[in-house]
Design a protein around this ligand. Structure first.
Ligand code: FAQ
Length: 327
């Protein structure tokens, strides 16, 4: 390394790099792909971003199941656009993960082989069209609550991907809420469908934020590195506070007898999800885990010819460009 005076200096040692990294984090400066970073930081980011990307892709399935059964052309077009957006989110996130030195193909293998997780929420079935609305309202609502702070995550490519994703998730949430408003203006049977969907999705939506802080092995370090900006419990509380007035306006009951306003805390008190169920679902034993992974594996296998064709096409273009360059 050379100084302004042209005198050579020794490259910084590990302790110097670590100190520089920490100063950037505490100064709210972004870490970029070519910056030095501790191995644990890189691994944590790969784990979280890959899990997030897998969630977006697997998350296409529960709503995708209703594409052929949407009740009108308008609802079908909206749902199709939303499901396609989720594919796009997956791609931004895989691209962000690749800046950390992993390959998307490898991450996909890890998902299919069960070595990497995806969000617990997508292991529940969509039993009626009201589920499409409730996924938009509650699942995208929880996703926004969790992801808006990630726009300030310390890793540049992740934070920038999140900005775009959050804008689209916000549209998703509104379309879900609007769908439910329309159903609630409909027949008693439609209102019952909405309430039934809320009853089934409420607790799994609360689980999306992860285990309670006291049982979250990653939160403390991820907060110190400013990958995460809030704890799991803080975000869960924010989501409950945000959702209660929306439920009231919609005319549905949230299925929690302990849910009430606590004036002293300035927040709602609420009950705990069944954390044993959460553990089972993330260990692979939820209602739809096997089905979701089998479908993902089949899609991957069926798409092999597309990947091979794309590689062959790229090689052909490269060869043509090389031929065109004068010697
Ligand atoms: N499901 O120590 P923590 C969406 C795992 S996208 C499965 O608290 P951390 C859009 C966790 O990985 C939804 N596993 O972990 C959409 C860790 O396991 P590991 C996805 C979970 O990372 C809408 C262990 O438990 N969003 O919905 C879950 O600090 C509609 C211990 O947990 C993101 O991924 C869970 N719910 O905090 C798409 C957001 N919770 O890896 C389609 C980014 C925890 O050590 C339709 N991620 N685990 O073996 C995050 O914010 C964090 O990773 C948390 C977990 C908050 C999810």
């Amino acid at each position: 390394m050379a100084t302004a005076t042209g005198r050579a200096t020794a490259p910084p040692d590990e302790a110097g790099l670590q100190a520089h990294f920490e100063a950037r984090i505490s100064g709210e400066q972004r870490i970029e792909p070519r910056d030095w970073m501790p191995e644990g930081y890189r691994k944590t980011l790969i784990r979280q971003i890959a899990q997030h990307a897998h969630s977006e892709i697997i998350g296409m399935q529960p709503e995708g199941d209703w594409l052929t059964r949407a009740p009108s052309l308008r609802r079908k077009a909206i749902l199709l656009a939303k499901v396609q957006d989720e594919a796009g989110h997956g791609l931004y996130l895989y691209a962000a993960a690749e800046t950390l030195g992993v390959e998307r193909a490898d991450l996909t293998q890890r998902l299919i082989n069960g070595r990497q997780k995806y969000s617990s929420i997508f292991n529940y079935p969509t039993l009626s069209f009201a589920d499409v609305g409730v996924i938009g309202w509650l699942v995208d609502g929880a996703a926004i609550c969790n992801q808006v702070p990630l726009c300030r995550s310390s890793y540049g490519p992740y934070a920038r991907a999140m900005v775009r994703i959050c804008k689209e998730e916000s549209f998703h949430q509104r379309q879900g809420y609007e769908l439910l408003m329309r159903m609630m203006e409909g027949t008693p049977a439609q209102r019952e469908m909405v309430q039934d969907a809320v009853d089934r999705w409420w607790w799994p939506a609360l689980m999306m934020f992860g285990p309670p802080d006291a049982e979250s092995p990653n939160t403390r370090q991820s907060m110190a590195w400013r990958i995460k900006r809030d704890t799991n419990d803080e975000l869960r509380q924010r989501f409950v506070d945000m959702t209660v007035p929306q439920a009231r306006r919609l005319g549905v009951t949230l299925p929690d007898p302990e849910l009430r306003w606590n004036a002293e805390r300035g927040h709602h008190d609420f009950g705990q999800p069944d954390w044993e169920e959460f553990k089972r679902v993330i260990a692979g034993d939820g209602p739809c885990n096997a089905e979701r992974i089998a479908r993902r594996r089949a899609a991957h296998d069926n798409g092999a010819w597309v990947r091979e064709a794309a590689v062959a096409h790229a090689a052909k273009r490269r060869a043509r460009t090389t031929e065109e360059v004068p010697a």
